[in-house]
Write a protein that binds this ligand. Structure first.
Ligand SMILES: CC(C)(COP(=O)(O)OP(=O)(O)OC[C@H]1O[C@@H](n2cnc3c(N)ncnc32)[C@H](O)[C@@H]1OP(=O)(O)O)[C@@H](O)C(=O)NCCC(=O)NCCS
Length: 255
């Protein structure tokens, strides 16, 4: 496998779906619809059959579990050309953005700022990272399986002496990489350096757990986040895109 494919496997391990079935080197993934990554086939490596036959297996798996058939494919790869040739098309319906930049960089060595990285998620962390204070089983599985750090940053609040959690981030350690995800700052607290503080604290946590580099997956149209990560020394390693079946490429036998 090439570097991009190896890095995709690292990212996949940092984001474990509830169901993860091998299809040769490819992975068929399901997590009750929570995130594109955990509910798409990772089309990396050799599926052990033709790409067209592998895509049929992707369709069957998705239909059995009630999710749309989607493949996550490294952009401009031979696999992507084969997926297009099989009658699939870019899955632009993906709300979070179907084209994603995978960024890497060395962990900066600055002092941790006012954010902290917890060993267990708090209710406020779930609220920010999963959009719900009481997430379902699939969200909990994806976000809290593995060696995970739960970053939070609190700010003073006039109505609450304990302060309010204004931002959160998730970090996962895989093979010397720190995989960063779910960075979010409440809209009313943005552009005050809170995301930067979270990233700085997370970098320290990552170094303490043996990581030397971080890896992030960012939708290519998320200009604010890309600017933030670029300022932290991250550069693009490769891109991936989500693909779905074109008309007639994936009939559901149930419908
Ligand atoms: C992206 C996000 C986390 C940034 O949080 P933040 O606390 O406002 O970021 P910071 O204040 O630390 O910003 C640091 C620098 O990043 C860049 N930046 C951050 N947000 C930006 C934006 N919306 N537009 C342009 N640049 C931005 C700026 O260079 C900024 O420095 P400056 O304010 O001195 O110009 C926040 O906008 C957010 O929660 N967005 C929605 C969720 C999201 O997109 N998360 C990232 C997923 S990969």
């Amino acid at each position: 496998m090439n570097d991009s494919e190896m890095l995709e496997l690292v990212c996949a391990r940092a984001w474990p779906p509830v169901v993860d079935e091998p299809l040769g080197d490819w992975r068929l993934r399901w997590a009750d619809g929570f995130t594109g990554r955990a509910n798409s086939a990772l089309a990396v490596g050799d599926p052990g059959r033709s790409v067209a036959a592998a895509l049929t297996a992707v369709c069957d798996f998705a239909h059995d579990r009630g999710i749309p058939p989607v493949a996550q494919v490294i952009q401009d790869s031979a696999t992507e050309r084969a997926v297009a040739a099989a009658g699939w098309r870019e899955w632009t319906e993906h709300a979070a953005g179907h084209e994603v930049s995978v960024l890497v960089g060395p962990l900066p060595a600055g002092p941790a700022q006012d954010a902290e990285i917890l060993d267990e998620p708090t209710t406020a962390w779930w609220e920010l990272a999963a959009d719900s204070p009481s997430p379902g089983a699939a969200e909990r599985h994806v976000l809290s399986t593995g060696k995970v750090g739960y970053g939070v940053v609190d700010v003073d609040d006039v109505d609450d002496a304990a302060g309010v959690t204004a931002g959160a981030v998730r970090g996962a350690i895989v093979d010397g990489w720190l995989h960063v995800s779910r960075l979010a700052v409440r809209p009313e607290f943005r552009r005050r350096g809170l995301a930067s503080a979270l990233m700085s604290a997370l970098a320290g946590w990552g170094r303490a757990h043996g990581a030397e580099r971080w890896v992030l997956q960012v939708a290519v149209d998320n200009e604010g986040a890309l600017k933030l990560y670029s300022a932290l020394g991250c550069t693009e390693h490769h891109r991936y895109r989500y693909w779905g079946p074109g008309p007639g490429a994936c009939e559901d036998p149930q419908s």
